[in-house]
Design a protein around this ligand. Structure first.
Ligand code: GLA
Length: 739
């Protein structure tokens, strides 16, 4: 049970979570919040000791020639040179902020407690509410800010507005882990030592991006340890352009600030209006990167996935203070994801009713539970040069419409899903011919195409309305259970000529806000319809989109060996349940690498299993083997999708081996998946030491019946497959009762 308490005597706020705590003090005449602690659990006494021992500000100021007070939300103003959380411009030209304490409020919601601390400018009508939400069962602290224009006239221009600012404790050195990549190579882990100065991770692409993830993990000392040591990690819940600044100041403080990217983005705040910034969530773990990942995964399962009011949402607060001494309720985890088939790699744009029915029959026979028709089903869509925007069924490909196919799919006991790319338009489409002004563009400049398409300006109310109505119609007219929502290019020429003089730059933010609103409206109008977020693979994966969808497409690269590292990187920040992974054809269409069917399955079983190959070309033996493997996956699925994940072996250290263990929440079952790459020269490990087991318990291999002691599995380990490269292993162990 989390607790949020204020101590009058010391003026300290303390947020106690499952196994960590966060605290700050209200200090000085203006009673401003200064950070004190983010780390292991402690009490108010401990917090006030830290407060009393606080550095003598003047000594830092002497070195830094500027103020470096660890303000909870760094205002730009006065003699301050580090990264501000907020920079504004008032109507009379004043460009600095001077805060004073205004209000404080604790709000108890279902399973969570939120502290709202209000600060107001001493001379201008601007208030900021700093929000801190803790959950009864998690170490994740959600932070965000709300800016309110409390005056009756004048526009306040927001030049930079971050969601929150995290101060790290004093340490001699810091290592940063972050995720980078590109199309086909998403979520690669990178490590670096932070020196003096700034490290900026960002996207200016209008979306989260393949290139960098809005997530980081920090640890003090030389080496990252998977299961030991302190880790501070944070992630931004936003799917538009974002900026994350990690700064080591001249006085030796490290702080991390993130939010909407301020590049090209002034935002006008009008009288009486407010801006709610996205959640920038953080967690502290003393159990290494593995512990941090598990804390992220649980938080996503329990509090993010398909919960738009939460992460990245616009929560509203009832204005009452309630007691926090309510027993912690049990949080239901999201339902297990169905095994999916997707036709893209099998057919590309050549879809037809007969072709899809044939694939659906083969998929159903294999045990697939959800059949998804990808690109190519709508009018004019025979390649990527035309059709986007014209979302009506192509009568040449489906002369009887989509419904006979849907009925057949349902008769085969599968759900039906459809691919859409609603934010995009091909210039060769009826939509673009009718509304050339609906896309982002500047006057007197070209409109750069990528994959022959342009981006619709979803910030426009008419465009957002059209997108909602188009999808609402599609979902109302057909029995659709699932949408794969794609976005196959990033922004360019982000202009909005009709709004020149009226803050057209707001479209950077409003595009994503409207995207969220459309997803929320569709969810409430069609509650049974699940959505997968896709953006040319994994270009739109973040806590914001996860709160409005059920799963994400990880990468267009389905080569199983490449996937081992892409999926491992994904696992640092995001839960396996949300990670869609397909088994596709061999040789792989992208890389040309041939890999055994069993190996491809074992890699895809590490997340939410899908099949994406051309089943009409699979041999009878392959179809039979695939059916057995799908059945096997269904047995281990609860452990993989709801369990705790331990990375046992990693390719990031040059080892041609990846291995992951999943332990069920009650510890009664575990699954180990391991995948070899190409072994050369030196001897490689022969065993995997398992994690999280009871040392005195015994565990039985479900397949062979063999039994092992927990201590032996933890110390000596489980034997790895020997022999050829690209061999893989799946072991399912159950706790033997009564021993
Ligand atoms: C993107 C997606 C693919 C597929 C194609 C269709 O590249 O990532 O999975 O849906 O678009 O055009």
């Amino acid at each position: 049970m989390a607790e949020v308490t204020y101590n009058e005597a010391t003026s300290t706020w303390l947020l106690q979570m499952s196994s960590s705590a966060y605290g700050f003090v209200l200090s000085g005449e203006a009673r401003l919040p200064y950070h004190l602690h983010w780390g292991p659990l402690l009490d108010h006494e401990g917090l006030s000791t830290i407060s009393a021992a606080g550095e003598v500000a003047s000594s830092v100021e002497r070195i830094a020639w500027g103020k470096e007070d660890p303000h909870e939300y760094v205002p730009w103003g006065g003699q301050r040179y580090d990264e501000p959380s907020l920079k504004v411009e008032y109507p009379d030209g004043t460009r600095g902020i001077e805060w004073r304490f205004a209000t404080q409020l604790v709000v108890r919601e279902d399973q969570a407690t939120t502290l709202v601390l209000g600060l107001a400018d001493s001379a201008y009508p601007l208030r900021v509410d700093l929000c801190y939400r803790v959950f009864d069962d998690s170490d994740v602290l959600e932070r965000w800010a709300r800016l309110v224009h409390i005056g009756e006239s004048g526009t306040i221009v927001i030049r930079q507005a971050h969601s929150a600012n995290w101060w790290m404790p004093r340490r001699d050195a810091w290592n940063l882990s972050y995720l980078h990549g590109g199309w086909g190579s998403e979520t690669q882990i990178a490590e670096t030592t932070l020196g003096p100065g700034k490290m900026v991770l960002e996207s200016r692409r209008g979306t989260t991006s393949h290139e960098l993830q809005p997530w980081f993990a920090l640890n003090a000392g030389d080496a990252i340890d998977e299961e030991h040591g302190e880790v501070w990690s944070a992630a931004l819940a936003w799917s538009g352009s974002w900026k994350l600044v990690l700064e080591t100041t001249p006085g030796g403080h490290l702080h991390a600030s993130a939010g909407w990217n301020d590049f090209d983005s002034p935002i006008e705040l009008l009288p009486g209006k407010e801006i709610v910034l996205p959640v920038f969530a953080g967690l502290y773990s003393s159990e290494g990167l593995g512990g941090a990942s598990r804390a992220w995964h649980y938080y996503e399962l329990a509090h993010v996935l398909s919960r738009p009011g939460r992460s990245g949402g616009s929560p509203s607060f009832p204005s009452l203070i309630t007691s926090t001494s309510v027993p912690a309720p049990v949080v239901p985890l999201p339902s297990l994801r169905p095994v999916l088939y997707n036709s893209w790699e099998a057919t590309t744009f050549s879809v037809s009713e007969e072709g899809q029915v044939r694939l659906a029959e083969l998929a159903a026979n294999m045990g697939v539970e959800l059949f998804v028709v990808d690109d190519g089903w709508f009018v004019g869509r025979n390649d990527d040069r035309a059709g986007l925007g014209d979302w009506t069924v192509d009568p040449k490909k489906f002369p009887r419409g989509l419904d006979p196919l849907i009925e057949r799919v349902k008769a085969l006991d599968m759900g039906f899903g459809l691919w859409v790319e609603p934010e995009m338009v091909n210039p060769d489409s009826d939509l673009y011919r009718a509304h050339p002004d609906w896309v982002f563009h500047f006057a007197n400049r070209g409109r750069t195409e990528k994959r022959n398409q342009l981006v619709l300006n979803l910030a426009r109310d008419d465009v957002a309305d059209w997108v909602y109505k188009t999808l609402d119609r599609l979902l109302s007219e057909h029995q659709i259970d699932f949408l794969k929502w794609d976005m196959n290019r990033h922004f360019s020429e982000p202009g909005w000529p009709a709004e020149v003089g009226n803050n057209p730059e707001r479209s950077w933010v409003d595009h994503t806000r409207h995207l969220y609103q459309i997803l929320d409206r569709l969810r409430s109008a069609h509650p049974g319809v699940d959505v997968e977020s896709c953006s040319g693979g994994g270009g739109r994966v973040d806590l914001g989109i996860l709160s409005r969808t059920q799963q994400v497409w990880t990468s267009d690269n389905t080569d199983a060996w490449d996937r081992v590292s892409i999926q491992e990187g994904f696992s640092y920040a995001y839960a396996p349940l949300a990670m869609m992974a397909w088994v596709t054809d061999s040789p792989n269409p992208l890389t040309g690498r041939a890999l055994p069917l069993r190996y491809r399955f074992h890699v895809a079983m590490a997340g939410s299993l899908g099949i994406g190959g051309d089943l009409t070309k699979w041999s009878r033996a392959e179809l039979t083997e695939a059916k057995e493997l799908v059945a096997k996956y269904k047995v281990i699925r609860p452990v993989v999708q709801h369990g705790r994940l331990y990375r046992l072996a990693s390719t990031r250290r040059g080892l041609p081996l990846g291995a992951i263990e999943y332990l069920s929440r009650d510890g009664s079952e575990l699954v180990v998946l391991a995948w070899w790459g190409i072994r050369r020269y030196r001897p490689w490990p022969t065993r995997l030491r398992l994690q999280g087991l009871e040392t005195t318990a015994r565990y039985r291999d479900v397949e062979t019946g063999e039994e092992y002691g927990g201590a032996v599995l933890g110390q000596l380990g489980l034997r790895l497959p020997e022999g050829l490269d690209f061999t893989s292993m799946l072991v399912h162990l159950v706790h033997v009762e009564g021993r």
